[in-house]
Structure formats: C-alpha cells, structure tokens
Design a protein around this ligand. Structure first.
Ligand code: ES4
Ligand code: ZN
Length: 326
C-alpha cells in the first residue's frame, strides 16, 4: 500500500485541535451573512491572503477576528459538526477538542451558547459518525488569572461535559506560573490539567507547566529539546507531546518541515503525537500533517503506526475505552 493510502487508512485520534481554528474561510463568510456581520474582507480569497504569519501573535490576531462571526448555538454546532465530518473522512476515531470560552464571553456571547453548540455536535457525531470526543476548556494566557477564575466558575454547571483544562494564546511573557491557583482550583473540580508549553516560550516554561501546573500532556513542547534534564523528566513522567507540524512551519517555529524535530523527539524516547492545531489557518487537516511530515522526514510505516498508536494511548479516554484501539 502506498504511504498516502496507509496514512488515510490508519485509525487515529486527534489530541490538539482548537475548534475556533477549524473555522474555514467559507464558513466565516456563511456565518457573517447569517448573522448580518460586515467583514473587513470582500471575498474568501482576500481573507485567505491574510493567512501569512511571522509568529504566533500574527496568527492569533487573525484567529480572534475570525471567531467573531460565531454568535449563536447553531454557529458553534455547525463549526464543530463540520470539523467532525472532516474527521470521519480521515479515519479519525476520537478527538479531544479545545475551545476558548473567553474568546466568546469577552464579546458578550454566553458560556452556555458555546458549550451547548459544541457538545451537541459531539453527541450527534458519536451517534451518526461513530467518533468519540472529549472537551478541553482552554484559558487564554494573555488575560489575567482572575479572568480565568471567572471562566472556571462559569463552566461549573457544565462540568460533566468538560474533561480537561488547557492554556493557550500568547505564550511569551505569560508563563504557566501566572495560572498556578486557577489550575489548582480546576483540578479540585475534577478537570485534568494540560497546557501549551515550549511552542515559542523557553524550556523554563515547560518546567513550570510540569512542576507548578502538574500537566498530564504537553501541547507542542518543541523547546524541551534545549534541555537534556527536561527531556529525561518528560520521559520519566511518561508525558506525550502533541506536536503540530504544519502549525510549526506556518508560525515559523520551525523554518522548514525537513528540519522538523519530530523524528529526533521519537529517537530520544519522547512520546509524540501528530495534530493539526488550527487546520483552517495552517494549510492542512490531520492527514495532511501526517502526509507532509512523512515525506519531509521519510518516516517509516512503523513510525507512522507508532504515532497513531500514541494518539490513543495518550488520549484522555479511560483505559477500558483505549483498549479498543491498542
Ligand atoms: C494556538 Cl498554535 C496556538 N498556539 C497558542 N494558542 C493558540 N490558540 C489557537 N492556536
Ligand atoms: Zn494549539
């Protein structure tokens, strides 16, 4: 079987996906029309032309703008169901979806509107597409800890729908230690702690995410490679890295896929998964990430299988649920 078919047929889980980052330009325009919102861009092509980024902040500015067309529960439902349909077409069997409530509550959209739309789409996708989903509520790290506490409070009536908390947005200058107390409170409520760390931020931020937030999985984690002791600690704790190849080149975290550290990470004994991060902005869904990184690094079928297996092994599913796939 050729590589592309092999990748397409591999059963996979996606563990690092921002639902707002799956918002395709076509849907931006459709929702703007439905909600009578005037966009700065005249066409899908014009909007797509703005997707050129020098760094994470460049991208975030456009990403928050894009999300402003999401108003009603139906908008969040359509966004999420459309992502899950794409999952079905790629043989993605399980997904752990991040959402940024503050991106919406800051604009006056109720927490309930966001969570109900997203979770109803997940329930329908389980029934109609046989894809399971878990939700990760991500705090925006450029906002204050107090703001994150407010979000935690708002989430409590919907606790049964949320598995984990995450930490995303502008990393530099916003270290994990800023969120020590809100993560402690989140864990007390039963949420599993996760965080973006070491995407643009230094290895010290990964140490903080481990030692202060006690995270159970590392989103990105690229910059652990500068610190041998940190690598050993991540291996010792058996924490997986959710690596996002096309995100890394789009945001210039890595200059070229041929220089991507994914294979080096695997060779060092780190547990790696492949993910799309914000597929509508970074040029490819999950399978495209697999296809391009396979080609750039000449990954073997055994390595691809390992990556796909890790995606289930390091998911937040219960051991019983995981057994179906391992
Ligand atoms: C993100 Cl790629 C990335 N990094 C940090 N925060 C984010 N939010 C959405 N995508
Ligand atoms: Zn991310």
């Amino acid at each position: 079987m050729n590589m592309i078919n092999f990748i397409n047929n591999l059963p996979k889980a996606e563990l690092h996906l921002h639902i707002e980052g799956s918002l395709e330009p076509e849907l931006v325009f459709a929702l703007a029309k439905r909600n009578n919102i005037k966009l700065k861009y005249n066409s899908v092509e014009q909007l797509k032309a703005a997707y050129e980024f020098d760094c994470l902040q460049d991208f975030l500015d456009i990403y928050y703008q894009g999300a402003s067309v999401l108003i009603t529960e139906a908008d969040f439902y359509d966004l999420t169901y459309s992502y899950l349909q794409k999952c079905a077409a790629q043989n993605i069997r399980h997904t752990e979806i991040m959402f940024d409530p503050q991106t919406h509550t800051e604009r006056g959209i109720a927490f309930k509107t966001v969570i109900n739309g997203i979770s109803k789409a997940c329930i329908d996708a389980k029934e109609k597409l046989n894809i399971s989903s878990l939700l990760i509520m991500s705090y925006l790290r450029h906002l204050t800890e107090e703001d994150a506490f407010k979000t935690l409070e708002e989430s409590l009536p919907y606790k049964h729908l949320i598995t984990a908390v995450g930490l995303d947005s502008s990393e530099k200058g916003n270290p994990p230690s800023k969120f020590e107390r809100v993560f402690k409170a989140s864990v007390k409520e039963g949420y599993i702690p996760l965080a973006h760390a070491g995407e643009e931020g230094p290895s010290e931020y990964i140490w903080e995410a481990l030692d202060i937030l006690n995270i159970k999985r590392i989103d990105h984690g690229n910059n652990c490679l500068h610190d041998k002791n940190l690598i050993q600690e991540i291996i010792k704790r058996d924490l997986a890295l959710t690596v996002c190849p096309l995100s890394n080149t789009a945001l210039q975290v890595v200059d070229d896929l041929k220089n991507h550290p994914l294979k080096k990470m695997m060779d060092l004994g780190l547990k790696v998964t492949v993910n799309s991060d914000d597929p509508a902005y970074f040029g490819g869904q999950l399978n495209q990430n697999f296809i391009e990184i396979q080609k750039a690094l000449e990954l073997s079928k055994r390595q691809l299988y390992e990556l796909a297996k890790n995606s289930f092994k390091y998911s937040l599913l219960s051991n019983n649920e995981k057994q179906i796939y391992l």
